[in-house]
Design a protein around this ligand. Structure first.
Ligand code: SAJ
Length: 412
């Protein structure tokens, strides 16, 4: 079979190589010409462990190609971003644009799978969009056993930094518009998934994905709130969590400078906007986590008042450790808040995965990119924002005599 994947990002590309290396002919489609050119050369436009080698292999074997034009195929996987609008509702314009590309190519028997994280009801909408463009095709619904097209939602659930492992080993939820749709879509994932494939309906699959990320968000918010409380009581939160987690049924997550990435800060809002009056805990967790960067920045500004003209080193810019992804990064927000509050103070930012001052910080004349050792050497205050491996090792050697503020609890 021949399979097209729309969206060559953090999910589409790993999925493409997972299928291609098992003998499927995969065509990667992206609207961005630079990404298509990179993939065509066998290169990966972002950092993810073990991905580069698989992509160059799949391209060299001729199993993976890339293009900006959606081709005819037997199955289509849509893996485009679903960001949110200003009012926290989902922006489905990328999904809609992908569907518009796919619809004219569809032939009876084709499978269309939506992988993008989506609010409840999106898979059904996708069928309606296709139907509007292709009234000649019979859409799957309960009263139509002889549908021409099979439509399902199979949300991705891989953890950035571990994508190549988790894409193979994770269990997968496949939600069909009908049971046959789920069965057909599952046949794609059986090619490479070693985890269990759990068949369900589309709306349950949509909701399960959102719930997974809301669960994590709420649990991180709990840790962040505990951190505030402990700080006010002059108790070491890391010690408290270490002790509490020795209870057999307690597993508290880690407080930090905030919750970033393109998933966890976004997805819970899709639940809130689907049921605003009922989502009090989920909404509050979002607010607790969104407040974190402000709290961390306030703490740093307070420490800076002790110096006449301090230099501040901020270690880490990505949204979490050991990835190069800076989307929705709380570290960048913290640096921006400090830079705005202390315009006279030199702020040196360092990150082994980032080679430029991110756009969000380029407006601050007092923010400069520096290598970590030089920055720490010069700094009076060292703020650890992301626990990248090389930063962890700095804990004893380089910090003597400086004010160290460790937001990740790895220097204690
Ligand atoms: N964080 C903390 N404390 C913790 C754990 C995380 O502050 O104890 C912060 C991180 O620093 C980061 C943010 O939360 O800023 C999110 O990081 P993460 O590692 O929890 O999750 P992501 O965004 O990399 O990936 C999540 C995963 N979802 C779950 O674990 C339920 C992943 O499996 C999903 O596939 C992914 O979202 C997604 O694409 O939806």
């Amino acid at each position: 079979g021949k399979l097209a994947i729309l969206g060559m990002g953090y999910i589409g590309l790993p999925t493409a190589v997972a299928l291609a290396t098992r003998g499927i002919e995969v065509i990667g489609v992206d609207v961005n010409r630079d990404i298509v050119a990179a993939v065509s050369r066998g290169e990966v436009p972002f950092v993810e462990p073990d991905l580069a080698i698989s992509v160059s292999g799949a391209v060299a074997m001729g199993r993976l190609t890339a293009t900006t034009e959606t081709p005819e195929a037997d199955a289509y996987i849509i893996a485009v971003p679903t960001p949110f609008n200003g009012d926290h509702t989902a922006d489905l314009s990328f999904v809609q644009a992908a569907v518009e590309q796919v619809a004219p190519k569809l032939r009876p028997g084709n499978i269309v799978v939506l992988e993008s994280t989506s609010p409840p009801g999106t898979t059904q909408k996708l069928a309606e969009w296709i139907s509007a463009q292709r009234p000649d095709l019979r859409m799957p619904d309960d009263s139509e056993p002889n549908a021409d097209i099979f439509i399902a939602h199979c949300p991705e659930r891989v953890l950035p930094g571990r994508i190549m492992i988790e894409i193979i080993t994770n269990d997968r939820v496949v939600g069909g518009l009908t049971p046959r749709c789920a069965e057909r879509a599952a046949s794609i994932y059986r090619v490479f998934a070693q985890g269990e494939i759990l068949l369900t309906d589309a709306a349950s699959a949509e909701m399960a994905k959102l719930v997974e990320n809301a669960y994590r968000d709420v649990n991180i918010a709990f840790a962040n709130e505990l951190s505030l409380i402990a700080e006010s009581l002059h108790i070491d939160i890391w010690e408290v969590i270490r002790l509490a987690n020795r209870h057999p049924r307690v597993k508290i997550l880690s407080p930090g400078p905030g919750v970033g990435g393109h998933c966890i800060p976004v997805d819970p809002w899709f639940i809130v906007s689907a049921a605003p009056l009922l989502s009090t805990l989920i909404r509050t967790a979002r607010e607790v986590n969104d407040r974190r960067p402000h709290h961390v920045a306030e703490q740093v500004v307070a420490k800076a008042q002790r110096f006449r003209s301090p230099t501040i080193a901020c270690l880490g810019l990505t949204f979490k450790a050991n990835v190069d992804d800076i989307r929705e990064s709380p570290a960048i927000e913290v640096v921006g808040l400090i830079a705005a509050a202390l315009p006279e103070v030199d702020i040196l930012v360092c990150d082994p995965y980032v080679d430029h001052v991110p756009a969000a910080l380029s407006g601050y004349a007092n923010v400069r990119l520096e290598n970590a050792h030089a920055a720490v050497e010069r700094a009076d205050i060292v703020v650890l924002l992301v626990e990248h491996e090389p930063f962890k090792a700095m804990r004893h050697t380089r910090l003597g005599g400086k004010v160290a503020y460790d937001t990740r609890g790895v220097w204690r």
